[in-house]
Design a protein around this ligand. Structure first.
Ligand code: ADP
Ligand code: MG
Ligand code: MG
Length: 886
């Protein structure tokens, strides 16, 4: 293997091998830009070193060879006592990991070459400054000495000069500092600072390799999801000096504003300085524009190079440069990081400038950025009193009065108050309150707790698991550390993007991007909105995957439609059994006779029908997939403990209520150890006579009514939690009979589809059989993930997901991003076998994954017909579906 590449041998596409820094130094070299000569030791060499603990065979000789060529081209030898070549030894991995790994400058200086450098440069001060920098950086990064010891010595030296700037230090001062630094090295390591230049270089190279596995680098990779086995390259670069006087200096720059995307000159410059000084804040930098006065020739050259780089990379670049006595050198470039807003505006600008086409613009942005742009934000400049921090469960900025129960939340919001619903944790009973609230705050539960999942689904701000908070719902008070107490009605602000909780009102600024999706008037010269519009339009043209929404109410359906949904992929019906309708559910469950049961059902029928009429109207002309009742029945019944207490108290008073007694009995009977694996989904339909047929009738009658009214309903009936085709066949036969009845009664021909969710492994494995009875499949990837992994979603996250993430068992929760290897394999298999059995089978997905960018790409690959996600995720899914197709 070849382990070393001269800059002239590489190019920007070799990042895997040469790292980002090395690949781009090579690219700039080959573009003819002024890059100091050098070479790159490959990531292959690093991986081999890390695997074995020693340098791979042949590396040493190859490095020696390239160094000899470098010496020859410059006409100096590394560390030569009379005229030394100096080099930097720089880390550079495939993905930029700013400040995570090591770089050592001025390698090659020692007690004798420092004199040669002084003589050649004509500056004693510069030579000793460079030497002390070498010992400082080498001591810290290669020898592992606490950097503060060097910093303190430098401060001390400045103090003894009565100055706080290194500019006031003389050659003598730096020389004295070199003595002190060498003592520090001896002290800390028991050895002298290594004098042999080649040994310095070899040790620094090893240190760079090792820095790949420094704690902070590991942590950073985990956070940024950078694979752990890439390794880093090492760049050996001839030194150029920005610390040779006031006609020298060093700087950083962006070719456009990375915050807004605006074109212009953005950067900082520092005279008489080296390397890290610009960002380390040792002295105040000046804006790059001032270089126009300091050194107009270099400034013009730099602007020219910046525009060359932009045209070459066709993107925003950031750069590092150094000026040595009026001569400009380029030390680094890369396509620069940017904010979400800048990503969109820059992509659109580059299209206008003819550098990229719209396809490429769509590739340059992503759904995560779009989601960020859709949330209102707290004004960054406002002053805030933080009282706690929880998990950033669902982004956004919410302000409102604290309420502790759903009832109050609804009541207050009806009278126009904005409220924050504060609970220890939420349950399905809190749904109305959650809908009414601006935001939700809980003191318990993780990112897949009920509060978090529901809030994300609704696009509602949520901070969960703020464990420092004590939520006392009985006394209606919230206590934060430091004795801060908030009573019901006190104002609170929560930031779902950061997890911060603030007392009082923090001002927010709305998102113009949401205003745009909502169709509200937005200034049409707003560059961000214009960019989003153009990119979304193009993504829509490109995509083959449909995008529907999960919506349970006409309001949600309307919003979803405005956001571009092409139908509803999941209309849950459980909320249609809550609130005042609970009494009918209780009666249904308590019914002893067929007549009682039918009475309860016939009370529910018209209510459900009206629900559906509203939703079909909102989605007129587009498909609406209605899922029949899914959750375990206990969710509709009173809490077992509360009810037991109520009954016990009543019995003690001697006025036990017959109904309560029966209810308690029923609650006991329905109590399950594992409700999620118990009586729910299709099993309800099979066990409770008339329940599903009532729902089917409501759907059919609603569709007929809409048709009568001139509407164009497209209802699809979806049976949840099917594990075997027999279950589906029974429900299907019953449903078809109802459909026929309704058609006969109303005289309206109904063409409703009947299909099923695929959310149990057995359903996926027998998809061919199931497709015989289903006109469509919708993958319920939440339940499918639970059942494939054997994870209880409500429990595992708090219990051990953080340990799993830490140990790298998975990089991201399988509830957030679809597990392609396991769950995904079942999705692939079921889609294929389902379509083999029924070629016109419609296949979609509903559940959290439908709005997750990575999962959307997977569903596109598998060839699904559509994804369905919460209304707020619809634009994200549209964009990612477009990106997947390009
Ligand atoms: P990082 O990846 O942390 O930015 P770098 O390897 O880019 O680390 O180097 C740190 C600093 O040293 C940068 O400011 C860089 O421009 C400067 N530097 C690196 N190599 C040289 C060199 N050969 N001559 C002058 N300055 C250099
Ligand atoms: Mg750098
Ligand atoms: Mg499910």
């Amino acid at each position: 293997t070849k382990y070393v590449y001269d800059f002239a041998e590489g190019n920007k596409d070799l990042k895997d091998l040469l790292g980002g820094k090395g690949a781009n130094l090579a690219e700039m070299t080959n573009m003819g830009l002024p890059v100091p000569p050098g070479f790159t030791i490959t990531t292959d060499a690093c991986r081999a070193f890390l695997a074995t603990g020693s340098e791979p065979e042949g590396l040493r000789a190859e490095v020696a060879d390239h160094l000899a060529r470098l010496e020859e081209s410059i006409g100096r030898r590394l560390g030569d006592p009379s005229d030394p070549l100096l080099v930097s030894v720089r880390s550079g991995a495939k993905f930029s990991m700013p400040g995570m790994m090591e770089t050592v400058l001025n390698v090659g200086l020692n007690d004798s070459s420092v004199h040669g450098l002084a003589a050649q440069s004509g500056s004693e001060r510069f030579a000793w400054d460079s030497y002390r920098r070498l010992i400082q950086m080498f001591g810290k990064t290669v020898l592992g000495i606490d950097g503060e010891r060097f910093d303190d010595a430098l401060e001390e030296q400045k103090r003894s000069r009565g100055s706080d700037s290194d500019l006031d230090l003389s050659a003598e001062d730096f020389r004295a500092l070199v003595d002190v630094y060498q003592k520090i090295v001896r002290d800390a390591t028991g050895r002298d600072f290594p004098q042999e230049p080649r040994e310095q270089m070899a040790l620094a190279t090893r240190a760079v390799f090792d820095s790949w596995n420094a704690d902070r680098a590991i942590l950073y990779r985990r956070q940024e999801r950078i694979p752990a086995d890439l390794g880093t390259a090492v760049n050996i670069v001839a030194m150029v000096f920005g610390n040779l006087g006031m006609d020298s200096g060093t700087g950083v720059a962006f070719t456009r504003d990375p915050a807004s995307g605006a074109q212009g000159i953005y950067g900082d410059y520092l005279q008489n300085a080296q390397g890290e000084d610009v960002v380390a804040g040792i002295r105040n930098t000046v804006p790059l524009q001032q270089l126009a006065e300091i050194d107009p020739t270099s400034y013009d050259e730099l602007l020219g190079i910046m525009s060359t780089l932009e045209r070459h990379y066709k993107d925003l670049c950031d750069i590092e440069f150094t000026i040595e006595r009026g001569k400009l050198w380029m030390l680094q470039t890369r396509v620069g990081k940017r904010t979400a807003a800048a990503a969109y505006t820059i992509a659109a600008q580059l299209v206008d400038e003819g550098m990229i086409d719209l396809d490429e613009a769509v590739r340059r942005v992503n759904g995560a950025q779009l989601a960020q742009l859709m949330f209102p934000r707290f004004d960054a400049d406002a002053k805030k009193e933080r009282i706690a921090r929880g998990m950033n469960a669902s982004p956004g900025a919410a302000v409102g009065k604290v309420v502790f129960d759903s009832y109050t939340a609804v009541k207050w919001s009806r009278s126009g108050e904005k409220v924050i619903l504060v609970r220890r944790e939420t349950n399905p009973d809190d749904l109305n309150g959650m809908i009414a609230a601006e935001g939700i705050l809980t003191s318990r539960g993780g990112k897949t707790s009920h509060a978090a999942v529901v809030a994300r689904g609704m696009g509602k701000t949520c901070v969960c698991g703020a464990e420092d908070l004590d939520v006392d719902t009985k006394r209606r008070r919230l206590t934060a550390p430091g004795g801060v107490i908030l009573e019901e009605g006190d104002v609170l602000s929560i930031d779902g993007s950061t997890g911060m909780v603030y007392r009082g009102e923090v001002p927010v600024v709305p998102s113009p991007v949401v205003e745009y999706f909502e169709g509200r008037q937005v200034a049409d010269d707003d560059p961000l909105v214009t960019a989003v519009h153009r990119i979304m339009t193009h993504a829509d043209e490109a995509r083959s995957l449909g995008v529907r929404a999960n919506a349970d109410t006409p309001e949600d359906a309307e919003r979803a439609r405005r956001f571009g949904a092409q139908g509803i992929g999941l209309c849950r019906t459980e909320h249609m059994f809550l609130g005042e309708r609970r009494q009918y559910v209780e009666r249904l469950i308590l019914a002893d006779t067929e007549q009682e049961r039918e009475e309860a059902l016939s009370e529910l029928l018209p209510l459900q029908r009206d629900d559906f009429i509203g939703i079909f109207a909102a989605m007129d002309g587009l498909p609406v997939t209605v899922r029949l009742l899914d959750p375990p029945l206990h969710e509709f019944l009173p809490d077992i403990t509360e009810l037991s207490v109520r009954v016990a108290l009543a019995e003690a008073r001697g006025d036990a209520n017959e109904n309560d007694l029966r209810l308690l009995q029923a609650v006991h009977k329905l109590h399950e150890q594992n409700p999620m694996l118990g009586l729910r989904g299709v099993r309800l339909g099979l066990v409770i006579p008339g329940l599903f047929t009532m729902q089917v009738r409501a759907i059919a009658e609603a569709a007929a009514a809409r048709r009568d009214a001139g509407g164009d309903p497209h209802a699809e009936i979806m049976i949840p939690l099917v594990g075997t085709v027999q279950e589906l066949e029974i429900i299907r036969a019953e449903s078809e009979q109802v459909l026929a009845e309704v058609a006969a009664e109303t005289g309206v021909a109904l063409d409703l589809l009947i299909g099923t969710m695929i959310e149990l492994p057995r359903a996926a494995l027998t998809a061919g059989q199931i497709a015989g009875a289903a006109q469509f499949f919708s993958f319920g990837t939440n339940d499918l993930t639970q059942t494939v992994w054997g994870f209880s979603r409500d429990d595992v996250e708090a219990a051990f997901f953080s340990a799993y993430l830490e140990k790298g068992i998975f990089g991201v929760s399988p509830f957030e991003t679809l597990d392609r290897d396991g769950v995904g394999r079942l999705v692939r298999l079921a889609t294929r076998e389902g379509r083999e059995a029924r070629p016109d089978l419609k296949v979609g997905v509903c559940g959290e994954h439908g709005g997750d960018p990575d999962s959307v790409h997977f569903f596109h690959e598998v060839g699904l017909d559509y994804v369905s996600c919460s209304p707020f995720r619809v634009p994200v899914a549209r964009l990612e579906a477009g990106r997947a197709a390009l």
